[in-house]
Design a binder for this molecule. Sequence first.
Ligand SMILES: [Zn+2]
Length: 453
Amino acid sequence: MKTYLPIIGLEIHVELRTKSKMFCGCPADHFGKEPNTQTCPVCLGLPGALPVPNQQAIIWTLMIGQAFNATLNLESKFDRKHYFYPDLPKGYQISQYDEPLCSGGVVTLPEGVISLTRIHLEEDTGKLQHTTLNGQPVSLVDFNRSGVPLVEIVSEPQIHSAATAKTYAQTIRQIIHFLGVSDCDMEKGSMRLEANISLMSINPGSKPQTDPGFIRLPQYKVEVKNINSFRFLEKAINAEIQRQTAILDRGQLPRQETRGFTEVTGTTKSQRSKEAAKDYRYFPEPDIPPLKFTPSQFKTLIPQLPLMPQAYLDLFIKTYDLRPDYAQTLTASPKLAAKSLAAFILAQKQGLDPAALANLMINQKAITVKLSPSALVNLLQSKIKTSQPQSKTTTLMPLVREVLKQNPDLVTKYHQGKVSVIGALIGAVKKLSPSPVDPQTVQQLLTQALAQK
Ligand SMILES: [Zn+2]
């Protein structure tokens, strides 16, 4: 029995939520619209129509590059990628080949750092709808999506498990969501996942060499498409690992091909043999001049990045003392994270404990969604008031006494006039208490107990 190391790279497409399409003035918001109502000669690929790049889409792609610490290229260009499909009326897609807007970059995961190959900008294709018309099976084409700005984020083949692939994709979605440049809705297709999977034979018991500089990639790779949820991504990769393992165990090499994931069976099915780059006959788009920037143009064009999920997490855990899992929950969306931060700042101003407010927000999610930060702080205040008599006499005072007993040096300092030590004493009570406490109440009790000493 051989052992195999999965070699996985992901290609993630996100549609940008610009007002207009990538190369024409048609609205980019195509979801749920009457078919073929948002089209023009450019996005229908009619002869003679000229594409004009969307500046907003270019800036947002650079913003994404910046968020992932990619190199923003001073020179880049659009290329034509040729292939035939009914949803691509021009016979080619305007994409970027050897000179993308952004090169490199990293995605930091708890499992380690995954390097990015590139981040480029292209146009989306139309959409096929397979249905029946007068009892006949037909395929209809809707060109509303044709030409919508699409960003592709390509990772290096540095992912070695389905679980890491899922975390990677979720992290990418969270960061782009926080940038506010795409709604990243997998159900609506505004975020799409593709995985390239192959298996590398390794000697059992030996530590696999996964360093990108040294790794020798397998001679084939299988691309899996049609993955429209994170759960299916994990399933599709595991199914593919199983299928390829069986082939390799028989002493054969899996075919280089594109396969589609079928949700019902949880397996992948061959679609076509995989194209190589040369099959696409890439060449520079003659109707769009190359893009040239200076470093100072990048500075003025690219807006300052908003607070990213990791920055919120650091603030919530380090500054506001939140439990890590609660901090994670409250950074699930940019809206919730911003609201939580505003509420914590307000709570602290009013002498309330942000961590206690976080508990309230997590335990009463339905209320949290509706209330404003100040209403949340008021709610916490009213809860503390009603529970105070009990917590003061029965639970908090013994904790306060215990803390004073454990910190005789701080007590001495306090009596010597160093009143600021009360902060450390409040912290100690907080740590000792099994449930969140209101710092103001603790301070009152501490002052009271210290006066008796
Ligand atoms: Zn158009």
